[in-house]
Each structure stands twice: as C-alpha cells, then as structure tokens.
Design a protein. Structure first.
Ligand code: X8Z
Ligand code: ZN
Length: 599
C-alpha cells in the first residue's frame, strides 16, 4: 500500500513513477482511482477557475493563467493514464472498470509528455479561443467602428439586403485567417499526445467516448443520418425555392444555398428566416422576440423563466451564488467569450452560466439549453469526479433542448409571451416549420464540424487543403456554399466557436436525435398521449422524477443503461424526430412536387 501511495505521489508531482509492484490487485486499483479522483478535483477546479476568469476578462495575462491550468491537467494525464494501464488485465468491479475507461478518454486535447511541447500546445489552445472571443470586423465604411459577433449575427438574422448579408459574413470570416498556421501546429502536437496515450490520432480518441469502438460510432452516425436525410432534403428544397424567389440569382434554383441567405453565420440553424418561409403567414404570429422586446423582458427575467420550467418538474432552484456569479450581458468595458456556456466551477454545485443575452427567442431557447447543463451538474455533483459527466457528451447537450421542446406555443401563451395561439392545422404547420428550421436544418451541420476535424486529425486532409475540405463537406452534407470564392488563405472552420475552442461537436448531432427520444419518453411519463409536437411536460413531477433518475447517474454507467432508465431504449433512434415532424414532411413533399430537389 505504501509503495502505491508513493507511486501516486510521484504521478502527481511529475517525477518518474516508482517501480510498480509485480501483480496489481483490485485494492491497489481502488486506491489508485481514489487518488486520481482527489487529484483531478484539485486540477479541474484550478483549471476551471482560471478558465472562468479568462473567458470573463480576456487579457494576455488571463490567457496565460488559463493555459497554465490546461497544461497542469495535461501533464498529470500524460502520466496517470499510462499508469492506470497496469490494472488493464485485472477483473475490476464495474465502478472501477468504468473509471478506468473514463480516465482513458478524459483529455480532449492530450499533450505530449514533454514540458516544452505541452506549454506550447496549451498556449495555442488559449490563444485560439481568445482570438475568437475578441474577433471583430471593422468595415471601412464605418470609419473605425468595429462590429462584434453579436452585431454581425444581428445583420445576418435581420437584413434582407444581399450585399449587407454577404459583407457581414465575409467580414466575420476574416478573424480566422491568422489561426491557420497555429491550427496546423496544434494538430501535430495534440496528435503526438494522443499517440502517447495509445490512440492513432485525436479524432480516434474523440470517437472512443461512446461505449463502442470508434468505427462502430461512425457507422451509428451514418445510420442515423440515413434515417433523417430525406427530411432534411425536403426542408432544403422548399427553403431554397423560397430564397430563390426572394434573392433571385444570388440563390440558385438548383445548387447549394449560399450561407448568408440562411439567416445564420454558419448556416447551422435557419430559424431567423422563418418570416420568409412560414407556411401560413396569416395565422397568429409566433414572434416571441417581438414580445420580449415590447414587454421589456430583462435578461435576468429570461433566465428566471427558464429556471421556472425546471423547478416546475421538481428540480431544486438554482443557488444564490448562481445569480451572483453568472454573466448575463456583454460587458461594455472588456473583452469576453460570449459564446454561451454553463459551468460548475468547483464541481460541487457552483453553478453558473455565461450568456450575452439579447431579448430574442433564440436566446430564450439557449437559456433552457444552458440550464439543462447546470441542472445535470446539480443532479450528480456528489459523485466521484470521474463520474461527474453526462452519460455521454450528447446527453449533456440534449437535456436543456429536451426541455425546450416543451416550450410550445401554448406554453408561451401561458407565460404571457404569445398573445394568442390557434389550434388550427395551419398554425400547427407554422410551429412545426419554425422548429424544423432550428432542429432539422441543424442535423448535417452537427456532422460536418467533426467530420472535418476527424479528417484533419487523421491526416486525410493536410494543412494545404483545410479550407477546400471544409467547403466540400459543407456542400456534400448541408447543400450550402460560400457567398464568394474562398481559398487557402482563408480558414473558415476557425470562424466557428467550437473549432477555435477545441470543443468536440458530434455531441450536438447526437443531442439533436436523443432529445426527441427523451421528449417522447417524458411526455409518456407525464401521462400525455397526443401528438409529440403539442406536448409540454411543464409542471409534471412524474416526468421530472424520470428525468432526474437518468441525470443523477452521471457517467457512472455506460450510456445505453442511462438511456434505458428514461426511455426503455438502449440505442439512438431517429423515429422520434421523424414522428414529430411527420405532418410537416408530408406538407413539404406536397410543396416540393415538380421541383428539382438536391444539389
Ligand atoms: O454551443 C452550443 C451551446 C453551448 S454548449 C450554446 N450549441 C451549438 C452551437 O452553438 O454551435 C448549441 C447548439 C449547437
Ligand atoms: Zn451546450
């Protein structure tokens, strides 16, 4: 036992490990993982405190502090993961076997076990994220005034002038050019780290986080995409026709859609062009943003509305510290990372969000999304820290979205955000269209970001073809194109937050599928038997109990077990999203009759 303690101390202090005992025992394994859980608590809390301060006050100094936190964790992992391997041949009890697995995949960007390379990698990581956070476009015509991402996104969502749209899109994408060279170096270093941990490359490490082989995971994504693709293509075909009517030659009648026409900087969700494609514009308005503005709903009040949904299900309210420590609006006097996020900085119920809230429906939905993370954190915050994760990362992304599916027009009327709603079939199609612009449009984008990164990490795409590969995939999967020709001086993937911030993305594709399965199961638990699009579980304690039973498992069980607790199913199943949108699919197919679909 003493030798083991010494060995672990050596791991913590980065000294060469003491020689391991000849045959490891289960007791030693337990002591090892107890120690790892204690060490990770210290390292992750320190890293996240520095990360929180950095993202709330972007300066060169806080970049350096954040990089130090990342480097310290990476240094520890570079020793602890190989050290854990001595227990590989043992028959471990399930909780230890689970920890063994979770530890092996716990480093998103693994660093080589060389201090200079590790610091260099951590420095690039924080530089990339910080550059994105500070990114601005300073058009000549504004004589020195610069536009940040919120302002540019606002143009994308509201302007219907082609030149203004295209200019905002091109302007934002300029911010990523300087990332290109550093990104290539980052790929080299992180791959070196991954290989030291026994993975062929970082992409393979990321695909190993789903309780199945990386190859099986890719096949599972393919299976799901095959199921939902016809729905996406029907939506694409209808939307393109409408945009062609609106923008003429700027949007071809038969090719891929230029991104700026879609109301979103990345063409990932098309909600903001609802007004251009609404099936029955004469039905009562679904314009929640208008209500938020007209009623002067303050950002904090929007957070309380989202919290109110969770407490109606029986979740305890957010702690007072949440309200003291969170960031709700973009500060005027300093640079911050505004991309929405949720945190438990001390991994013990220190819940926070960081969202630059605007009075829009998008942001109201984002608040449900972020609070989904926080209430997940809250449900498992007493577990060993290795278990303080989602059942997989797609679960974490899917919880708040599941709740947001219950934010139906009727629920919005109940809380005073829509003056009146109609029960008609036309109104239903309008509501379904709005949801589809958000959820269905997103599906191929959910695949794109990591398909691109997997190819980059595996070397299939080399640095000389980064941008071309991005647009080939964008066209293939989404049927989207850039507004002007791009070349290899550009680095368009870096203009997306998750690429600049090293956040894996397959999780959002999974979440987009899971959330409809979860919604279906929760509606059932709430005793609801009508169509899924009209179900809101608001106020159902029975649904809340079921949800919390799954959330409180954290990552302690393989994800199919967690999914079974809520849904009775053990695999991702696109039938729920297809059922949900079935009436819209039928309507779209009628509209598209005689049109040349595809691209
Ligand atoms: O990044 C997010 C959340 C934070 S985890 C706001 N989302 C993805 C994105 O914005 O690209 C939510 C949906 C997809
Ligand atoms: Zn999220």
């Amino acid at each position: 036992m003493k030798a083991l303690a010494l060995f672990l101390l050596a791991v913590s202090a980065e000294a060469p490990p003491a020689p391991p005992a000849a045959t490891p025992t289960v007791e030693e394994a337990r002591a090892f993982f107890d120690q790892v859980n204690r060490d990770l608590r210290r390292l992750w809390v320190a890293r996240d405190r520095a990360g929180w301060v950095n993202e709330n006050f972007l300066t060169d100094d806080t970049d350096a502090l954040a990089a130090d936190g990342e480097a310290a964790t990476a240094a520890y992992m570079a020793k602890a993961i190989p050290a854990s391997r001595r227990f590989a041949g043992l028959r471990l009890p399930p909780d230890l076997a689970r920890m063994f697995y979770l530890l092996s995949i716990s480093q998103t960007i693994p660093a080589p076990d060389d201090p200079a390379k590790r610091d260099e990698l951590a420095g690039i990581e924080s530089w990339l994220q910080s550059s994105y956070g500070k990114g601005k476009y300073c058009p000549k015509r504004l004589a020195g005034k610069c536009l940040d991402l919120d302002e540019l996104s606002d143009i994308l969502s509201k302007s219907r002038n082609w030149d203004a749209l295209s200019d905002a899109w091109v302007g934002w994408h300029e911010i990523a050019k300087p990332m290109r060279a550093k990104y290539a170096r980052y790929v080299t270093l992180a791959n070196e780290g991954a290989r030291e941990l026994g993975f062929p490359d970082v992409g393979a490490l990321w695909r190993s986080g789903y309780d199945m082989s990386p190859t099986a995971f890719e096949a599972d994504e393919e299976r799901l995409w095959g199921q939902v693709r016809p729905l996406y293509e029907a939506l694409h075909c209808y939307v393109r026709a409408k945009l062609h009517e609106k923008y003429g030659a700027h949007v071809p009648a038969d090719g891929p859609i230029p991104v700026p026409a879609l109301g979103n900087m990345w063409g990932q969700e098309w909600t903001d062009i609802y007004d251009l494609v609404a099936p029955y514009p004469d039905e009562p308005s679904l314009d929640v943003s208008r209500q938020l503005v007209d009623q002067h709903v303050a950002p904090k009040r929007m957070v309380e509305m989202a919290e109110g949904f969770f407490t109606s299900l029986g979740f305890p309210p957010l702690p007072k510290t949440f309200w003291d420590r969170s960031l709700f609006t973009r500060p005027r006097d300093r640079e911050v990372v505004c991309h929405a996020s949720a945190w438990d900085v001390q991994w013990n119920g220190d819940l926070r969000i960081k969202v630059c809230i605007e009075p829009t429906e998008d942001d109201l939905v984002t608040l449900h999304h972020e609070l989904g993370h926080d209430f997940y954190f809250q449900s498992y915050d007493t577990l060993p820290i290795l278990f303080q994760q989602g059942a997989n990362d797609g679960f974490h992304e899917g919880i708040g979205d599941t709740i947001a599916l219950s934010v139906t027009p009727d629920y919005l009327r109940r809380i005073g955000l829509l003056p009146r709603v109609s029960e008609s079939e036309k109104a239903r199609l309008d509501a379904l269209m709005k949801r589809a612009l958000f959820k269905v449009a997103f599906l191929p984008f959910g695949l794109l970001v990591d398909e691109w990164r997997w190819s980059v990490f595996s070397g299939k795409v080399d640095p000389a073809h980064y941008n071309r590969a991005w647009w080939e995939l964008k066209e293939k999967l989404q049927g989207e194109a850039p507004p002007i020709p791009r070349d290899e001086a550009d680095f368009d993937p870096g203009a997306k937050y998750h690429v600049a911030s090293s956040t894996p993305y397959a999780r959002y594709f999974l979440a987009a599928i899971y959330q409809f399965q979860f919604h279906r199961a929760l509606c059932q638990a709430a005793g609801y038997s009508g169509p899924l699009d009209r179900c809101s579980i608001y106020g159902s304690k029975a649904a809340g109990r079921k949800l919390r039973a799954m959330l409180s498992l954290g990552a302690s069980q393989p994800w199919p077990d967690a999914m079974q607790v809520l849904t009775g199913q053990r695999r991702a199943d696109a039938s729920a999203i297809l059922d949900y949108f079935a009436p819209l699919k039928k309507w779209l197919d009628e509209q598209n009759r005689g049109r040349q679909c595809g691209w």
